[in-house]
Design a protein around this ligand. Structure first.
Ligand code: KG4
Length: 316
């Protein structure tokens, strides 16, 4: 079976083609870079509307396939920005209907975990999925994926990006904060873990306040990273101890961060767990992960009914 997957929960449009043996046949994507501020949902949906048709052709060309060779259309059903999700769903329904092929909507976060497993060879990890829109600790237990902890407000990537914008460092803030943090020293910032959940909005506000007090930006960046990443590692560690698994996986765009990698690797080693990070092309949003999860889900549950392909902005 050959599945074409369409991703578009936020600002990245992705199309991927995967076969039922887990071969990634094509990956095509286009990222929207907002000129000012963060991502606007309407701009993201316009970006998807413009790029999905082009990327479908590009992916088929890369895979040396024709559209009629596609057996299944998969799309990211949520969580994500409403207008962006609806554009992707509409394009996917149109494609499936015009090809007379089955359609399936899948969970974006689980797709990150499944492509990570495929890429790294991890079998049953506790996954820390951290990106611009999501921060979740996910593991498979008792026959289904469960969220063991997550942010109660903004995602870690969003926290770093907002900090970058508010302090005129630029967008996206994550890589810039990482660079500046190398020369920083620790100052006290609020650490907010609530049970198994996390909160980054107070940390963001406090970091911006320190900037307004003219505290060295390097010190704020260092402390922001140390505090936020310690919170993420704490909850991942508790999920690992609870589930008694022996693998940890880091995925999502924030997985690019070397300090977060280092902190998680130390924690995993202390628990005698293997530590996995997928290649960056599979850490960020991409269409191949949607195609892969489409096939895996289809093999168990079959296709969706067309009338059940509504999107879910907050998908748990
Ligand atoms: O998964 P992703 O590509 O897409 C979205 O969720 O939108 O993640 C993008 C996020 C942004 O918030 C960006 O600042 C963050 O990943 N990021 C980083 C680094 N590189 C990208 N955060 C921390 N350190 C980095 N080196």
């Amino acid at each position: 079976m050959i599945c074409l997957g369409i991703e578009g929960t936020a600002e990245k449009t992705g199309v991927g083609i995967v076969d039922s043996d887990g071969n990634i046949l094509a990956l095509a994507g286009k990222q929207l870079f907002p000129k000012i501020g963060g991502i606007h949902p309407r701009e993201a949906s316009e970006h998807h509307a413009k790029w999905i048709p082009k990327l479908i052709i590009e992916a088929c060309t890369k895979a040396n396939l024709e559209l009629k060779d596609i057996d299944l259309v998969s799309f990211s059903k949520g969580p994500g920005l409403g207008p962006a999700l609806r554009t992707v769903a509409t394009a996917s329904r149109t494609l499936a209907l015009s090809l007379n092929k089955p359609i399936i909507g899948v969970n974006h976060c689980i797709a990150h975990v499944e492509i990570g497993k495929l890429d790294t060879g991890a079998i049953d990890p506790v996954s820390l999925y951290v990106s611009g829109g999501n921060s979740q600790i996910i593991a498979y237990e008792y026959g289904r994926y469960r969220i063991f902890g997550e942010t109660l407000d903004i995602a870690i990537g969003n926290c770093l990006d907002q900090f970058g914008r508010e302090t005129n460092l630029g967008h996206p803030g994550g890589p810039i904060v990482e660079e500046l943090a190398k020369d920083g020293k620790y100052i006290d910032l609020p650490y907010s873990v609530k049970g198994m959940d996390l909160s980054f909005s107070g940390l963001l506000t406090a970091s911006i306040r320190e900037y307004q007090k003219n505290i060295a930006i390097e010190d704020i960046c260092y402390s922001l990273q140390e505090t936020a990443f310690s919170m993420l590692v704490e909850v991942t560690e508790r999920a690992l101890a609870h589930t008694k698994k022996d693998e940890v996986m880091l995925c999502g765009g924030v997985a690019a961060n070397k300090r977060l990698r280092e902190m998680l690797a130390i924690m995993a080693e202390e628990h005698y767990a293997e530590f996995h990070i997928p290649k960056m092309e599979y850490c960020g949003d991409n269409g191949a992960m949607i195609a892969l999860l489409g096939i895996l889900t289809y093999n168990i549950y079959g296709p969706d009914k067309l009338e059940d392909t509504n999107v879910i902005q907050r998908f748990r």
